[in-house]
Design a protein around this ligand. Structure first.
Ligand SMILES: [Zn+2]
Length: 421
């Protein structure tokens, strides 16, 4: 698959694009030049994987399943429990009155030239990652106010989106972990495809039809343990007025990356009749000598209801954990950076199967062999009962319990903030 991508040459190597101050208009300024890239996606050479991967035990006739005893199905009984908790007043209703999570305007690098890996949290599970190779990847983008099939109903943001799609200077690839509305948004992906017509979308098995029916053909569906190579090759570069006047012209070279679709423990559905008909996944992207693990949306172990007020993690240790993360670490790790969910876990006995809490997140961080991590899947929509600022507080407790430093290893950032690695 070949497509053309454009990139502006920076005015200075250290300048960043601020979504607020330097919007998309700067991209068409006469002092920028356009490098055209041809994007190719090809099968990657086969790498060793875990023995059980070949059995494809996550494939079932009706779609897909979590093939581990660390998963308990969220059935109608659970749905009933959630509703009754709400109506009996047992449910905690999180207070979303500001101030909650600080939001800042993100700043994006002006060129593909950087020696570091850079990740910017754009709220919930959306990260924009700038690789030292020059590759720019957006994970699970949702820019709407509500994560729901309706624009007028469903969870509404309690923190504003830090920028809009038009503020992101370049998007080479979009990675979608699964089709839940807080991870896959029709208005968002169609706008990205319109503004970046050559952007390539990667999604787990079963999602291609949805993309095609949304008018997006640049999509690659992947199964767990599948890998693809991405090559961006410069195909044309026009000198600008500035360059013609004698200023140095940046030399564009091929940008290479490898993307791996990997397991995680979750479910899918966009309506009442498509439960687990499409796959869910975590992903790894390696480019320019840096490796990122995007855990997507995942649980780690299913924990049944504990006695009221029980907070003893030791009591949870007898329940099996998802073996996939150790396999990811062993066969695809180590990673420079993990983007790992820490929120949407309460009540634990209802959500532990599909949503990691901060303790699970630290275990996932360790199992997958991530050197550093940033938290996600919190601070944006109220999806569950825990207080909105509880995930980062619990993360500190979890880090301490695992003898890890409370800061500098597995951090949370402000919405719109960038970190370098
Ligand atoms: Zn989900």
């Amino acid at each position: 698959m070949r497509a053309l991508l454009r990139w502006p040459v920076p005015r200075s190597p250290t300048q960043t694009w601020s979504a607020g101050k330097f919007g998309i208009r700067n991209m068409t300024s006469p002092i920028t030049s356009a490098v055209l890239y041809a994007l190719t996606v090809s099968p990657a050479p086969t790498k060793p994987g875990p023995e059980d991967a070949a059995q494809k035990s996550h494939h079932v006739s009706s779609g897909f399943q979590n093939p581990w005893d660390s998963f308990t199905d969220l059935n109608f009984k659970v749905l009933g429990q959630m509703i009754s908790r709400r109506f009996t007043g047992k449910a905690n209703v999180p207070d979303t009155k500001p101030p909650t999570v600080p939001v800042q305007k993100p700043e994006f690098l002006p060129s593909r030239e950087t020696s570091k890996l850079r990740a910017t949290w754009l709220g919930h599970a959306c990260y924009y990652v700038e690789f030292p190779s020059g590759l720019r990847v957006l994970f699970d983008p949702v820019f709407e106010d509500r994560c729901s099939p309706f624009s007028w109903l469903g969870p509404k943001r309690f923190t504003e989106a830090p920028c809009q799609i038009k503020d992101i200077p370049v998007i080479d690839a979009v990675v979608i972990s699964h089709n839940h509305y807080d991870h896959l948004s029709h208005p968002t992906v169609t706008e990205i495809a319109k503004k970046h017509p050559n952007c390539h979308f990667f999604a787990p098995l079963g999602n291609k039809t949805w993309f095609h029916s949304s008018g997006i053909d640049n999509v690659t569906e992947m199964d767990w343990w599948d890998e693809r190579d991405i090559t961006l090759s410069p195909s044309a570069q026009k000198p600008t007025q500035v360059e013609a006047a004698g200023e140095a012209q940046s030399i564009a070279a091929d940008i290479k990356a490898r993307i791996s679709c990997l397991p995680c423990q979750h479910m899918t559905a966009r309506g009442p009749f498509d439960r687990c008909k499409t796959l869910w996944a975590s992903f790894a992207v390696e480019s320019g000598g840096k490796k990122v693990y995007f855990a997507g949306d995942t649980g780690y172990r299913a924990v049944p209801e504990q006695p009221e007020g029980a907070e003893d993690r030791k009591s949870e240790e007898k329940f099996p954990t998802c073996p996939a993360f150790k396999q990811v670490g062993e066969f695809r790790g180590p990673f420079d950076l993990g983007l790992i969910p820490i929120g949407a876990y309460g009540p634990r006995h209802i959500f532990s199967s599909v949503h990691a809490d901060p303790h699970d997140a630290v275990k996932i961080f360790q199992d997958t062999k991530c050197g550093k991590a940033l938290g996600m899947h919190w601070g944006t929509w109220v999806l569950t009962e825990e207080d909105v600022l509880e995930p980062p507080q619990k993360l500190k407790v979890a880090l301490k319990a695992h003898d890890l430093a409370e800061t500098g290893v597995f951090d949370v950032c402000d919405i719109g903030e960038s970190r370098e690695f």
